[in-house]
Design a protein around this ligand. Sequence first.
Ligand code: NAD
Length: 515
Amino acid sequence: MAEFEIINPSNGELVTSYPLMGPDEVDEAVKKAGLAWQSWSGASFETRKEILTKAAAVIAEDAERYARIVSDETGKTVMDALMADIYPVAGLLKYYAKNLKKFLKPVKGEANIFLPARKSYYTYEPKGVVGVISPWNYPLSLSAGPVITAVAAGNAVVLKPSSQTTGSGIAIKEIFEKAGLPEGVVQTITGSGSVTGQALIENEGIDMLFFTGSTGVGKMVNVTAAKRLIPTIMELGGKDVAIVTKNANLDRAAHSIAWGAFTNSGQTCIGMEIAIVHKDVYEQFLEKITKITKDLKSGDKSGEIGSMTMAAQLKIVEEQVEDAVSGGAAIITGGKRDPDKKGLFYPPTILTGTNMNMKLMTDETFGPLLPIVPYENIDEAIEIANSTEFGLSGAIFTKDMAEGRSIAKRMNTGSVNINDVLITFANHSLPFGGNKQSGVGRYHSKMGLRAFTNIKSITEFPWDLYNKEPYWYPVLKNGDLLIKEALRVLFSLDTGKRVKAALNAILIILKGRLK
Ligand code: NAD
């Protein structure tokens, strides 16, 4: 089988190579998952809990090795990998281990006078085989998140990680195997998006798709899934904005936004891509964040910021800077690669003087650029924040919490942090996902676990109570009169009419007109 190579983006060295799987290998994996699912779908809540708990221990005990796998493939620092790839995975495993029984137990239905003597409830049942397609920016966390959720809900999974971060995808399979998950329940297929990914989304054995990646590819994937009416969850691109009001704690705002913009070299879907700052505090804020940014240690992997991961993404960053500068923007710090550096390093960059005609202000950057824009009134700030096609996340900095909440309400995004950045994602009890072109559906939380299930409504009637309902055939004589009176009893707003209808209903029954 043909193979593809993984190159470490921070130094250009070969990491390893993997087989390029085609439709036959993908089909084999999906069939194997389908078989494994038949018994896994019946696993008790206790068994699932035990495996998830063990998996959290496996990753935590071997955290350094897993963080290095991530770091070698992405160029990010080991610290970034530990914080944003290892911790969220262990945390989510523990969260669902603790809560899955509570979230997935049957829910009782309400009593209904028209349906006497019935017991009613609904259950959450696994969907089957879930296809998971994931990106390279947080390769362990963003692959494991949907895999963990699918497995906790009783599904089997075929995972297609980004080809650049295949090792992280294979690590997830290994973690679950070490935790005692039966063979075949989680499988990782290796290869490109256009061959291996395409074969996965077209495979008839897939019952649900969870996709994390760009909006463009997400839309294509969704069209293919729609042809078979496969449910999808789409976690797509973003253009997240931080609003700094004149009331803000500027030191916290500057530290927080610098981290939100530059962590993982800005390759974070919920990273801060624009800061909009009240004109009265603009200069002060700019000075503070510029100092923090200039002091950042970047340019090699022992620093605070690693390299970018993909050459194509770095090119987008360079093009956006060029476009902004040619339109009149000024670079306050960064803005140019060090030509002597071998890896894909790009310095954290702050720009001013940008406007909404620049790509940097409208398109996703997914790199370490931060334009800082002054605003005069909050309506203007919110208009800029809501003006892009995306709606993933956002941040607000203010000492006035009522003001913060009122701005949060007006931001058209799936999440908002007040006096913070990014961290709604790290709270597993909060649903995560985007509005507009940033996605469809949510994961994490109770709602996210249930999204990986089919809901089945059930009623039970005691078999020996009576043999026939009044509306079954042959329809009872005067049954229609009884129903009319019953409707008045239940829904009329006039007490007199309700009492009269109740008496009429009793008469109908007593007179034996119903036989
Ligand atoms: P991408 O869309 O290029 O690729 C995502 C995945 O899709 C990869 O595994 C790729 O191999 C696969 N793929 C590509 N073509 C395919 C096809 N025809 N059929 C099936 N699969 C195919 O995205 P990327 O460059 O890996 O990731 C960066 C993007 O992901 C950014 O836009 C970022 O905002 C977004 N992202 C979103 C979230 C979120 O939670 N909303 C999180 C991280 C990244």
